[in-house]
Write a protein that binds this ligand. Structure first.
Ligand SMILES: NC(=O)c1ccc[n+]([C@@H]2O[C@H](COP(=O)([O-])OP(=O)(O)OC[C@H]3O[C@@H](n4cnc5c(N)ncnc54)[C@H](OP(=O)(O)O)[C@@H]3O)[C@@H](O)[C@H]2O)c1
Length: 347
């Protein structure tokens, strides 16, 4: 590790993910010699405090990346498409939180607990997977390694912060309006910029991102395709249904898996996950102990509980997986990738 640290840029520093990036870099004491904070023109000039020092947010342009060694991008896909290659051209390694490069075969898609080694094949850009995919693969990988894995069926219960700072405001304002008996007009969810918007307060919306021709949404396809890529299992049977709930932060997932081994008990699965990196097991029905989003906010781990063997399939298991989507689902996974780059001497 360099004694003085690295020149780090955070692109989208004023966003829901960007703010958590800064908190995480600070908490992890990541070695930073210089910090460049970037946003759109809207937030340029805004002051942000990091490690007791005040920084001024600047408009992101290609020249913003002069001298930058590590650039953490979370400002939307179009910004990454335009500026990530500019950052790489100037010598930076980009860790990109958007979906812009995730399925590019020249770009490693990395969750350090699962495929840290893939970082060695990077060509300047490393993709951070979709939030709901990250927390699921952390729990799937120990099962795959120990018992083999053939099928994954997931239903998600996703928080509004997954759709950015504007969606958090929408949930708060709508909830308040409904409680006050006032009228309101949904403007962000399910998809910002689309024609139709639905109430999220006191509701559940079975659409995250746009519909594809096959009837799945883009979020569902991200979970399906990214899981196969990260786990390097193109034959894995994966299906997903993604639902937005009026929860501010913390995605939950009900996951059904089929493993190859027919002689595994729920207790063995619990023990395996309890001992696995990045996982906290919370599973004791006698104490009503199971993971819930409200308990996971601000924590880096993936929380797993409600582990049961299927009643009809000897190799089938059900589980409930919860994590802070802004941390393991975004900022923490990105900073963890940066830490891995340092550890593997790739930066
Ligand atoms: N939220 C999650 O759980 C999550 C998880 C994984 C990945 N992501 C991805 O991360 C990205 C950001 O998400 P978010 O939730 O943080 O969104 P957000 O709260 O809406 O923040 C967006 C950030 O991007 C900046 N930005 C927008 N347009 C820009 C431009 N043209 N040039 C430079 N900066 C620009 C914004 O700056 P201004 O303040 O100037 O507008 C803001 O800092 C998205 O691509 C999202 O898909 C989000």
């Amino acid at each position: 590790m360099e004694a003085r640290g690295y020149h780090v840029a955070v692109v989208g520093a004023t966003g829901a993910v960007g703010q958590q990036m800064l908190n995480t870099l600070e908490k992890r004491n990541f070695p930073i010699s210089k910090l460049t904070l970037l946003s759109s023109e809207r937030s340029a000039g805004k002051k942000v405090t990091f490690r007791d020092e005040e920084y001024t947010v600047q408009t992101a342009t290609p020249d913003s990346f002069e001298g930058v060694q590590i650039a953490l991008f979370s400002a939307g896909g179009s910004v990454s498409k335009e500026l990530a290659p500019e950052a790489v051209k100037r010598g930076a390694i980009v860790v990109d939180n958007t979906s812009a490069y995730r399925m590019d075969e020249n770009v490693p898609l990395v969750v350090p607990e699962v495929n840290e080694e893939a970082l060695k094949n990077h060509n300047g850009i490393i993709a951070n997977p979709n939030c709901s995919t990250i927390q699921m693969v952390v729990a799937l990988e120990p099962l795959r390694k120990q018992y083999g894995l053939s099928k994954v069926i997931v239903s998600t219960y996703q928080a509004v912060s997954g759709a950015g700072a504007a969606a958090i405001n929408e949930l708060r304002e709508q909830s308040q309006a409904i409680l006050n008996g006032e009228s309101f007009s949904p403007e962000i969810l399910p998809v910002k910029g689309d024609e139709k918007h639905y109430q999220i307060a006191f509701n559940a919306i079975p659409q995250i991102d746009k519909f594809q021709d096959n009837g799945f949404t883009f979020e569902e396809m991200k979970m399906i395709n990214e899981t196969k890529k990260i786990m390097d299992m193109s034959q894995l049977h994966v299906a997903a249904t993604c639902v937005r709930l009026p929860v501010e932060t913390g995605h939950s997932e009900s996951v059904y898996v089929e493993i190859d081994d027919l002689n595994v008990s729920a207790e063995q699965v619990k023990q395996l996950l309890k001992e696995s990196e990045g996982i906290t097991l919370q599973d004791d029905p006698s104490q009503q102990l199971y993971p819930m989003p409200a308990d996971c906010v601000g924590k880096n781990d993936v929380f797993v509980g409600r582990i049961r063997k299927d009643l009809d399939r000897d190799n089938g298991f059900h589980m409930w997986i919860v994590s802070d989507n802004l941390l393991k689902g975004a900022a923490w996974n990105s900073v963890q990738i940066a830490e891995s780059l340092v550890k593997l001497k790739l930066v």
